[in-house]
Structures are given as structure tokens and as C-alpha cells.
Design a protein around this ligand. Structure first.
Ligand code: ATP
Ligand code: MG
Length: 443
């Protein structure tokens, strides 16, 4: 039963590129409408970032019209009727009205139509199935307006049928619930998710990753994750053990400390499985995989008894961002026991950190007369360690200690296969703690 509402014209509907695009698509004579997330967000009073449109024109006709108006058309998803238009650097997806036929749980064969009702019926949730004409007339076949206003995420039609057509919709349900849900998901819908959860095994890692990241990026995905765990869905999204309690506490810690949320930090809290299996299961990029590895590893331990030296060492080696994430994760794993004060102090110290660069390099060590080889790296590492311990402010200057160091080197020269010391050039900065070098050479 179609209901018509009127939506006040929003600035994004009359922005320059949108007007150009509508003109190109001949919106004066063809019934071109905004669809999907833009309409949903507009009804909810939320910002609109992505603008999708639908038209009864065929994709071929859409491409022709765009070209006639000098606009770029990219055939991003021609087989399901989608053309991307590029207008003044903004992009828009234009999809021909369609009905889905022969859905196998992952892919649908599509047929184009000129019937807006058919197009609304193939969409996933009522709040995503509205369409909006550029003059503000809003068409709502499935009660999406009320559902958007009250935060009710509901399938268009029967949940079990819709899930079996495309198992990704189960994940989309929890994703949209995480973002927009303010009313509980209907029990029958949750039951359908649970009964058909095994179908999720058929989805590609890329699609699962994409949905999971969007879900974890929601301001508060706690209830969604708990529902996924309770309804046997989470086990298909993440391998091995999950830890919804730590995840819940992490989100609370983020809120308490006003920390911007990060999906990968949240993923590290939610999963108890070995990093490699999580990264493989989700086909994470190399950089995400590396970050997750550091977030999930045990060493260095950063607990609420972390002393300044341990913290300094971790900050020097990992940087403030990873260390802050590690602190938040350790805090959330601790449970509700203990005071938040030490954790907050650690986070503040991490936030105040500025990167440090060891002021000596391999060539300074060579200038000291150490022969090129592994000893140079070992020596530098020892100096670095000493320097971190000294709070990056060494108390021994090169000038004061040079002679002692040189004597140390000469003494060890034969045993350590060192080259004869070169003359002091004064190029070694103060931070080159000769005492440490001498100590190292006597090891
Ligand atoms: P977002 O803000 O994340 O972009 P969106 O609603 O625009 O949200 P998209 O994934 O961009 O979501 O999809 C656009 C629209 O296409 C949806 O609003 C929905 O109407 C429809 N849609 C997308 N994926 C599906 C699906 N798997 N099954 C049915 N309809 C879908
Ligand atoms: Mg979208």
C-alpha cells in the first residue's frame, strides 16, 4: 500500500552537481527519483553523504543521456543496472528500476522494469525502500517513513524469504540496526536470521569484511554484536571465540574517554581467535593485518601497573596511536574491577607523546672505530635502549666520555675484531652515551 509524504527540499537536493545530473537524466519528463540511504537519512534528519538515484530508463539510455550532457558515465554495475555518473568530481549511482529474479543467496538475475513498486519490493529494509522525487514527493510502499522515524529495522516482506535470496541481508540487518536501530528487531526476524545463519558461509570474505567494518564503525554497535552472538550469526563472521563482554567494555571506555572509535580496535576486542585466522577469514589488507597483529599481541604488556619506563619504551617502538589502542584494549579486558584512574593516566601520557628519533646513527658508530657488521646494529640497539631508559635526555656527553670509550674500544679491539679507532671528529652528538658503548663492549 503506497503512502505519499512530502519532504521539505534539502540543500543536497538542489546542490549544483545534483541539478546538473537531474537535467542530464531529463528529470522534467522522466520520473527520476532519489532512493536508498539518501532518502532514509533525509527522513531521519541525518546528513546525506552518498546520493543514489533510480530511473525507469535503461542503463544504455542513462549512459547516452550522460554523454549527451558532457558528463562522465562509468558502467560500474551494468549487469544489475547501475551506472556511475561523475559530475564536478562528485559521483552518483544511477540504477534502472528492476526486479530480482532467480536469487541464489548471493547473486540475483535482474530484469528491468518501469514499475516503481517492483523496485521497492526488491529492496532490503522498509527504511531503505522509499523513493523521493526532486520536488519533495516521497513514495513509501512499505511503511519506511514510520520505521525510519522510530528506528525500526524491518525487512520488506518475509524475513526468511528475503534472507534466503541474499544472505548478506542478515549482516545488513545488524549493520543498519547498529546505526539506526532504536526499536528492537522483531523476534520473528531474529529467528529467521538464526535458522538461516549457515547460509552466511557462502558469502565471500570481501563482502563479510565490508559489512563488518561498517557495523563496527557505528557509534554503538554493542547491542548488534550481542544479538549476532545470541543468534548464531557472529560465528560466521569471525572465526573461533568471540568476546562480546570485552567489546562492550571497550565501547564504554571509548565513550568515557571521548576517544574516536576505530573498527580495527573494536575488532581486536571482539575476537579471541589468533590474529592470522581473523585476518585470513576477513581477507584483511596487509596494513590492517599488521595493525591487528600489534593490537592483539601480548607483549609489551600494558596493564594498569605499567611504569613510566615500560610506557616510554612502548611509545618509542609502537607510537602513540597503537599504544593508546593497546591501553584501551587492556582496560576493557580487565573487566569492571579496578580504578579507571591509572588507565586514564596512561592514555593521557600516550596522547602527550611526541615521536623521538635516536640522535645517533650507524655512521656515528663506525666513526667510533667499530668495524662494519652486526656489531653496529647491536651497539645501536643498546644505545637506544639506554637512551630510552634515560628519558631521551642522556646525562653523559660525548666530550666528557670520549677518552674512556676509546680506551674501552682499544682494549677490546682484538677480541671484538674492531678496526682501529678513528680520530674524534666531534660528529657524535651528546646523546651518544659512551658509557653505554663501553659497557656494551665489555659484554
Ligand atoms: P549506506 O549509507 O551504507 O550507503 P545505503 O542504504 O545507501 O546505506 P547501500 O549498500 O549503498 O546502502 O545500498 C543502496 C540501496 O540499495 C539500499 O538502501 C537498499 O535499498 C538497496 N540494497 C543494497 N543492498 C541490498 C541487498 N543486499 N538487498 C536488497 N536491497 C539492497
Ligand atoms: Mg549507499
Amino acid at each position: 500500500m503506497s503512502t505519499q509524504h512530502h519532504l521539505q527540499i534539502r540543500p543536497w537536493m538542489t546542490a549544483g552537481p545534483v541539478v546538473r545530473l537531474l537535467r542530464a537524466l531529463d528529470a522534467d519528463s522522466i520520473d527520476v527519483r532519489f532512493v536508498g540511504g539518501a532518502v532514509r537519512n533525509a527522513v531521519m534528519g541525518l546528513p546525506v553523504s552518498e546520493i543514489d538515484l533510480a530511473t525507469p530508463d535503461t542503463p544504455q539510455r542513462v549512459i547516452e543521456r550522460l554523454h549527451q550532457s558532457g558528463l562522465k558515465a562509468v558502467p560500474t554495475g551494468l549487469d544489475h543496472g547501475t551506472v556511475m555518473a561523475v559530475v564536478d568530481n562528485a559521483t552518483f549511482e544511477i540504477t534502472t528500476l528492476r526486479r530480482d529474479t532467480a536469487c541464489d543467496g548471493r547473486h540475483a538475475a535482474v530484469e528491468f522494469t518501469t514499475d516503481w513498486h517492483e523496485d521497492a519490493r526488491r529492496r532490503d529494509f522498509t527504511m531503505n525502500a522509499m523513493s523521493l522525487r526532486p520536488d519533495g514527493a516521497l513514495f513509501d510502499d512499505h511503511g519506511g517513513w514510520d520505521d525510519a522515524k522510530t528506528g525500526r529495522v524491518r525487512f520488506v516482506g518475509n524475513a526468511a524469504d528475503r534472507i534466503q535470496e541474499d544472505y548478506l541481508r542478515t549482516l545488513r540487518l545488524f549493520r543498519f540496526f547498529a546505526w539506526y536501530g532504536r526499536a528492537p528487531i522483531e523476534p520473528a526476524t531474529l529467528m529467521a536470521c538464526r535458522v538461516h545463519a549457515a547460509g552466511l558461509a557462502r558469502l565471500s570474505a570481501e563482502r563479510i569484511q565490508q559489512e563488518l567494518v561498517k557495523l563496527l564503525n557505528a557509534p554503538s554497535p554493542v547491542e548488534a554484536a550481542a544479538l549476532m552472538a545470541a543468534n548464531d550469526v557472529l560465528q560466521y563472521v569471525l572465526p573461533g571465540e568471540s568476546d562480546v563482554s570485552s567489546f562492550t567494555r571497550l565501547v564504554a571506555c571509548e565513550t568515557q574517554t571521548n576517544t574516536a572509535h576505530s573498527w580495527i580496535r573494536r575488532l581486536a576486542a571482539l575476537s579471541r581467535a589468533p590474529t592470522e585466522s581473523v585476518a585470513d577469514h576477513l581477507k584483511l589488507s596487509n596494513s590492517d593485518r599488521e595493525r591487528l597483529k600489534v593490537l592483539m599481541q601480548v607483549e609489551p604488556v600494558l596493564d594498569d601497573h605499567t611504569d613510566p619506563l615500560r610506557l616510554r619504551r612502548a611509545l618509542f617502538h609502537l607510537g602513540a596511536s597503537l599504544v593508546s589502542d593497546r591501553i584501551l584494549l587492556a582496560w576493557s579486558r580487565q573487566g569492571d574491577a579496578g580504578s579507571p584512574a591509572p588507565w586514564r593516566a596512561l592514555l593521557e601520557a600516550a596522547a602527550a607523546w611526541s615521536p623521538k628519533i635516536l640522535p645517533v646513527s650507524g655512521s656515528d658508530v663506525l666513526d667510533l672505530g667499530v668495524k662494519a657488521g652486526p656489531a653496529v646494529g647491536r651497539l645501536l640497539a643498546a644505545v637506544e635502549d639506554w637512551w630510552i631508559g634515560a628519558g631521551f635526555e642522556p646525562s653523559h656527553t660525548w666530550q666528557q666520555n670520549f677518552e674512556r670509550t676509546r680506551r674501552g674500544i682499544e682494549k677490546k679491539e682484538n677480541a671484538m675484531h674492531l678496526a682501529p679507532p678513528s680520530s674524534p671528529t666531534g660528529s657524535i652528538p651528546d646523546a651518544m652515551a659512551s658509557r653505554t658503548i663501553a659497557e656494551f663492549l665489555t659484554l
